[in-house]
Ligand binder design. Sequence first.
Ligand SMILES: [Zn+2]
Length: 701
Amino acid sequence: MTTNESNPLLRPATTLPAFDEIRPEHVVPGIRGLVKEVEGMLEALERDVNPGWETLVDPIERMQDRLGFGFGIVDHLMSVKNSPPLRAAYDEVEPEVVKLLTRIGQSQPIYRGLVALRDGSAGRDLDPAQRRVVEKLIQEAELSGVALEGAARERFQQIRLELAELATRFGNQLLDATKAFALDLKASEEVEGLPASFLEMGAQAARAAGSETATPAAGPWRVTLDGPSYLGFMKHANRRDLRETLYRAHLRRASEGDLDNQPLIDAILRLRLEEAKLLGFETYADLSLSRKMAGAVSSAERLLDELLSASHGAAVRDLEELRAFMRDCGAAAEAAEIRQWDVPYWSERLREARYDYSEEQIRKYFPLPRVLEGLFSLAKRLFAVGVTPADGEAPVWHPDVRFFKVRNLDGDEIAAFYLDPYSRPAEKKGGAWMNEVVGRSRIFAPQGKNARLPVAYLICNGSPPVDGHPSLMTFREIETLFHEFGHTLQHMLTRVDLGLASGIRNVEWDAVELPSQFMENWCYHRETLVGLSEHVETKAPLPGELFEKIRASRTFQAGLATLRQLNFGFLDLELHHRFVPGGAETPFDVQRKVAARTTVIPPIPEDRFLCGFSHIFQGGYAAGYYSYKWAEVLSADAFAAFEEAGLERSEAVAETGRRFRETVLALGGSESPMEVFRKFRGREPTTAALLRHSGLAALAD
Ligand SMILES: [Zn+2]
């Protein structure tokens, strides 16, 4: 047992986390200590609310920061250094933290104080950034029901609970239904076309299901509806009838018997509408859009409509091209009546025929150290910042973790970040992400400084070095690194000193992917990509011919891919905006109606896709699926500013880069994202650049 004095989780957020000291046994006493401390702060604040910035907003930031820093460390360790004792400790304290954060967000005395601050005399002295922080705090409190009284308040809380429960059930039933289906294949002609790695996976699944003698060569093989198994089979299995069986099973998931999600969909849509009405909105989509950059359903739909008219013709052409290819391959009968289960399979054959490079071939050109060097030199060219290794200056959670400092070109230190580059399946979550350690903030400034400097976690899952070779990156991994570095830059290069609006904080949900997707564009810029390549053996740069293949594959079937995302985006908005729960139409009628405009092969009659649409019924994308395309439009348009300046003109690129830094990266959540975009671009965003990058522009004209 440790006393609170020696618990490293209780140290102030002006020092870096003591990863060399923190152990699972610190978590429960440490987090409980923090919760208690912050509860004390909250009670003191609520007892005597004084509606001024320093007396009300600063204390809110202090509470959030105190809790966020300590619990953030634990949360981080859960993702990168998981272990049974850590998980047990986390599970024990997590509900207490969530409860306290909810209590702060829904505090009526604080809410009334914020309204008094906004509307009273002190409000007139707020600068625009402070005003925006106050307004956002008020809005979030109102959307969590704080302004409701009596029966309405009770009903609201009940709806919230029911919706949380329904979302969990939706997810569980989908998971169970996914697990309940399996296709057990025994004859080798049933698995023709499938790659060796797939057969290994299939034999392993068969062994796990009791066929102890299953081998990759002789089977049996078990095919399931899990992502990798389902997608792999649809792309590679030669047997058309089996692809059809699997496709139909996939679209019927969780739509019948004990695991039927249909009644849950009805209930979720009904309760969301009721929640929206209690808060004074016409529809749930209105509620969702009120806190987003798009601002209104009409503007989200306008953007989707524009993309639809540009991509529908292209999708028809993609399908025609696929049919022609099938005929060339001697599959004329199938081409004449092409179905959903033909598209992934034949698209994959077409892709192979056109872009015959392998991932292994590409990887040899991209050792991680070289890629990092190239990425940092790009950051220097664009944003005038230097990134230098500072390993050993901060404790880390694993020997592979690196620590870097970021400086202005005059040498002024402005930020730092950790990089955890490799996968460690035993203890680290998959995927890639960026997170904050601490944000820039005036109120935590060390002696003699203006602000506490921001620090970030940048986490990837690349292959670790083997046999003395450095880690070799796939193209996708490079894109991912650039993406997460974009988020990291917005966190680090902020010039905002208000802790609640600096960096990535207070940025609208559909605008946060702007800097990250913007950075991805550089992976398709020849000089940049070739510049960070160096063959691990020959030291040669990436050949131009390989680069051209990578670039061309970016627009492969862009019409079909865009249409698919638009179909989901429209369907989501339609269900949360115009659909009347309990009325004459069912959600499946809505799906068919939307499909008539947004698909090139009509859905099969028994299509129950909605029963598996977890993004909107389980996750946070309700009336928000359009955001994928929204953010892509912003990032493509931002990149186009560099193209217009001339990518080969280094001075013009540097000048545009400085402007991007001083607007998108510097202003964070201190201004509305549309205003920030306008400051960078001189106008509002348009879809032109995205259409051009996707190869859809010519068809739109
Ligand atoms: Zn992202």
